[in-house]
Write a protein that binds this ligand. Structure first.
Ligand SMILES: O=P(O)(O)OC[C@H](O)CO
Length: 423
């Protein structure tokens, strides 16, 4: 009998995309009843748009990899989504979600605690730095800057040592707005960043964010900071040796280990040294897997859902999760996987590879400002953030004006989403 085919769309470029497809190949080789067919559909935002369009055309994939900021939109997508808890119970497959890290599991659970999507490639953002550049600038390569004040000093020294663009950031909205807010325990939006309801409003025009935007604007003007584009477009700059400091996903490790021809280190994201209570934990990024109906009429049979459930069971295996973590820099999503990596001596052999995990745990208990973001239409709001940052870097507005514009335009998106999705 031919195996059940499961279409799986993902949004990871190389080398990560190939590594993910190897995991799929491992699943396909592990049994004969199900064949998962992976397909790269462009960036995370492109993959999300493609999946929604395909659903409307009755041709959705069984599983789509969706970046974390699409979560609010997917939670409200109703019958388009087959929730994980329902999928597993119908298929008779058990996954121990209690063993998953609360920050990861909670991100993808409905407010009643039921699992909506399948956690897999969770990351956080870290600070990658070029030790060769640090040495050239007379900076201690084993003591990277901890605060933004120290970062600013280091950037000046790196510039003086001839580095044309000492710093960049990938994912400008995720790292310079969402992470900076969480690390200082400042709300990005009301109602616990949207976790507590659809009525949330944007709150980024606060003194911390305005200060930070004004700093980025000044550093860019002075040639200390290079705006490298939206989303993951700046990812290439660090492994190419063009910048000394890059704030980027922990998953960039995969590319850095393959491409960098210099000594590099991993450090935690900086914080403002004069903000009481900082630093708090950073938030997760990356993606989770959503099971989709074929179209508005449903269109799936029990064997297909069972196939998806078996695929998820495989992904939840701590050996598989640990392998993915160790090969890519994404964090282990289960405690058991973290143990597998520890027992393998991975962290001793790869100094700095535990920085993302430590940073997610920094500062004790999570607060409503450090759990993450659950805003419908947030993918659109991220683009607004990036647009307003770009206007600032072009000298058209200051940090206050940029953050005021994000609040005003972002709230329009939120109210529109609320109107369309309130029960
Ligand atoms: O590059 P990733 O997979 O760590 O994802 C980064 C951001 O969280 C995407 O929203």
């Amino acid at each position: 009998q031919a195996p059940v085919e499961i279409q799986f769309w993902h949004g990871l470029p190389q080398p990560l995309g190939g590594q993910l497809e190897q995991i799929v190949a491992g699943f396909n080789a592990s049994q004969a009843g199900v064949k998962v067919v992976p397909s790269f559909r462009g960036s995370y935002p492109e993959t999300m748009v493609a999946a929604i369009a395909a659903f409307r055309a009755n041709a959705a994939p069984h599983v789509v990899q969706m970046f974390e900021v699409g979560t609010g939109t997917m939670m409200a997508a109703g019958r388009a989504v087959k929730p994980v808890h329902e999928l597993l119970s119908e298929a008779g497959v058990t996954i121990d979600f209690n063993d998953y890290l609360p920050a990861v599991r909670g991100y993808y659970q409905a407010s009643d605690g039921r699992q909506m999507s399948m956690p897999f490639n969770s990351s956080t953002a870290v600070m990658w730095y070029n030790k060769d550049h640090f040495k050239r600038a007379g900076l201690n390569p084993e003591a990277p800057p901890k605060t933004w004040e120290e970062v600013a000093e280091a950037l000046k020294k790196l510039k003086a040592a001839g580095i044309a663009s000492p710093m960049t950031t990938s994912w400008p909205a995720w790292i310079q707005v969402e992470q900076v807010s969480a690390i200082h325990n400042v709300p990005l939006a009301s109602l616990g960043n949207g976790f507590d309801g659809l009525g949330a409003t944007m709150q980024v025009n606060n003194p911390l964010m305005v200060r930070h935007m004004n700093n980025l604007i000044a550093w860019q003007r002075d040639g200390l900071f290079k705006y490298g584009g939206r989303d993951n477009a700046p990812d290439a700059l660090f492994p190419a040796g063009e910048v000394s400091i890059a704030m980027a996903s922990s998953g960039l490790r995969s590319r850095i280990t393959r491409e960098a021809r210099f000594e590099w280190g991993t450090a935690m994201l900086p914080y403002y040294g004069d903000v009481a209570g900082a630093p708090h934990n950073s938030i997760i990024g990356g993606a989770s897997f959503w099971a989709l109906n074929r179209g508005p009429q449903g269109g799936r049979n029990a064997a297909e859902w069972k196939g998806v459930a078996e695929f998820y069971r495989y992904l939840s295996n701590p050996e598989i999760d640990a392998k993915w973590h160790m090969e890519t820099g994404y964090v282990p999503v289960r405690r058991a996987s973290y143990q597998v990596a520890k027992s393998a001596g991975f962290y001793e052999k790869n100094p700095g590879s535990d920085v993302p995990i430590e940073q997610l745990l920094r500062g004790g208990e999570m607060t409503p400002n450090t759990r993450g973001i659950r805003l419908g239409g947030y993918v659109e709001i991220r683009n607004i953030v990036q647009e307003e940052m770009e206007k600032s870097f072009q000298g058209q507005q200051n940090g206050q004006q940029a953050m005021d514009a994000v609040v005003q335009r972002g709230n329009a998106v939120l109210r529109n989403f609320e109107r369309q999705n309130r029960g």
